[in-house]
Design a protein around this ligand. Structure first.
Ligand code: ATP
Ligand code: MG
Length: 418
């Protein structure tokens, strides 16, 4: 694009007049766009186009709330271009940072493939980054091999130009504060200062569907995020036991899912009335077995809902040995009641590691709000840590399991979180 600035002779006072000057600035930068680098999916061989089209669909859907953007892909790079003034590039950038499937995301100025155009616009575009830096280096990537300058020449020339425009800067090729990258691609050239790590993983929906058992705790939202990051489209089940658990506790769970949904896209959540089951357990099951019987009923109920959602797996936030119901023996008894594969992405992690992820994804502060969970009402004083499956099955015969579970699943309230 050609931008022309005319500075016309304006007599400021009688003694001073400004010469007629025409400054032709060849191509101030055309516009700012967002570039995304496809991560692991670039390795997917024949399935790659399927992965790419799901990623594009996800991005288009998410970006629709940020104004009008054109979203396209070429050679494993996603291009997000604003179309008109409705396009909010800051919001789009935040959205792209949370899209699974992108390993890196950056903002860049797009130019005609012309060094003069880049010289004319790059200093202005980079000003906000370079003003606060002390050192920099330029890197060039020349995908278009017909571009007249080779990469080292591009680096040298743009480097020189930037040193002229920002005399406080020094070049440091080893540990620069800022790396300015020039990419000469098929359609245009792009100039950017650094790039951000993307959310990584695989685009949501490329691995099928799973249903997460979500509590208001720290662990299960992290588990949900981790499995969504592996490309699973999530639905969720939350067991609520009013009046022992409050509406506010339920709201907290919705808030947690909203945060996960910023990454995973919309989540259908089923709030299952669990009071009757818990009261039956309290009244009929020997106390040391009550937690595990409850967990087995959770698995059964969640399996019914998951099948309705066409999910092939359940996801929980359990971690080996964290509490009495998460010993190996306890987990294998819980598994026995699930009719789907159970994913426990936190199984080998310690609490500190889980908390670090919770903080990074933004669920931690919500999770630590003190609200009761159905697991914490009627907790036994001496839970069984080495349960035998046949003991549990014998305890369950005191209950009409099938009817209880069917009723709970039937009466679940469905909500969409996005
Ligand atoms: P969290 O931090 O996720 O609550 P936790 O360490 O407190 O985990 P438990 O309360 O024993 O562990 O729950 C283990 C797992 O069971 C949770 O991670 C979650 O997947 C599921 N779960 C617990 N309570 C509920 C609930 N009310 N509704 C749905 N799932 C639940
Ligand atoms: Mg919990």
């Amino acid at each position: 694009m050609l931008s022309v600035i005319f500075i016309l002779p304006v007599p400021i006072d009688k003694s001073i007049s400004v010469n007629f000057t025409i400054i032709i600035a060849l191509g101030m930068y055309m516009k700012e766009i967002i570039l995304g680098k496809c991560g692991e999916m670039a390795l997917k061989g024949l399935n790659r186009t399927d992965f790419e089209s799901i990623l594009l669909k996800n991005l288009r859907h998410r970006l629709s709330s940020c104004g009008k953007f054109d979203v396209s892909i070429s050679q494993s790079t996603i291009y997000i271009r604003p179309i008109d003034e409705t396009a909010d590039i800051d919001a789009a950038f935040d959205t792209a940072l949370k899209a699974f499937g992108l390993s890196a995301v950056s903002r860049a100025a797009a130019f005609d493939k012309d060094m003069d155009a880049i010289f004319a616009g790059a200093p202005e575009y980079l000003e906000k980054y370079l003003n606060s830096a002390r050192t920099f280096k330029v890197e060039a990537k020349r995908a278009d091999k017909s571009f007249p300058l080779k990469s080292p020449e591009i680096c040298r020339e743009l480097g020189g130009k930037l040193l002229e425009s920002f005399p406080h800067l020094k070049v440091d090729v080893n540990r620069p504060d800022i790396i300015v990258t020039v990419e000469i691609r098929e359609r245009e050239a792009y100039v950017r200062a650094g790039q951000h790590k993307g959310a990584g993983g695989l685009p949501t929906g490329t691995s099928g569907r799973a249903t997460v058992l979500i509590s208001g705790g720290i662990d299960s939202p992290v588990a949900a995020w981790m499995m969504a990051r592996r490309g699973l489209k999530l639905s969720a089940v939350h067991f609520a036991s009013p009046p022992y658990t409050s509406k506010r506790a339920e709201k907290k769970v919705m808030q947690l899912l909203e945060t996960v949904a910023e990454y995973s896209g919309p989540i259908t959540v089923y709030v299952v009335p669990f009071t009757k089951i818990q009261e039956e357990i309290r009244d009929k099951v020997d106390e040391p077995f009550s937690t595990l019987v409850m967990r087995r009923l959770m698995m059964r109920t969640a399996s019914i809902i998951a099948k309705k959602e066409h999910a092939l797996a359940l996801v929980t936030g359990e971690s080996l040995g964290q509490v009495a119901s998460q010993t190996l023996r306890a987990l294998s008894c819980t598994d026995d009641a699930a009719s789907l594969t159970v994913f426990r992405p936190l199984i080998g992690m310690d609490k500190e590691e889980i908390i670090t992820i919770a903080r990074n994804i933004g669920t931690f502060e919500t999770s630590i709000q003190p609200f009761e969970d159905c697991c914490t009402v009627f907790t036994p004083r001496h839970p069984k840590t080495r349960p035998q499956l046949d003991e549990l099955v014998a305890q369950e015969q005191r209950l009409d399991i099938e009817a209880l579970v069917a009723e709970a699943a039937e009466n679940a309230e469905e909500h969409l979180v996005e």
